[in-house]
Design a protein around this ligand. Structure first.
Ligand code: SF4
Length: 70
């Protein structure tokens, strides 16, 4: 069974997902998405504005820089 079929929230989660990486197999699986990016010192796409998300830069540094100007 695919992971996507095991999560009862996957359809609802997908309606909130602003990530433009359509091919990602973690779309709608927020726990896996968060874990994947956290391991890389990153944040999931939904932390960013649509404009920021399009840069594909998911780093915590980029997130802080955009909100503090530092
Ligand atoms: S934020 Fe990352 S892990 Fe989450 S759906 Fe987009 S590409 Fe996949």
């Amino acid at each position: 069974m695919r992971k996507l079929d095991q999560c009862p929230r996957v359809k609802i989660n997908s309606t909130y997902c602003i990530c433009t990486v359509q091919s990602c197999n973690k779309r709608g699986l927020c726990c896996e998405c968060l874990h994947y990016h956290r391991q890389r010192n990153e944040l999931p796409a939904c932390y960013f504005t649509p404009e920021e998300e399009k840069t594909s830069n998911r780093s915590v540094e980029f997130f802080i820089q955009r909100r503090t100007g530092k």
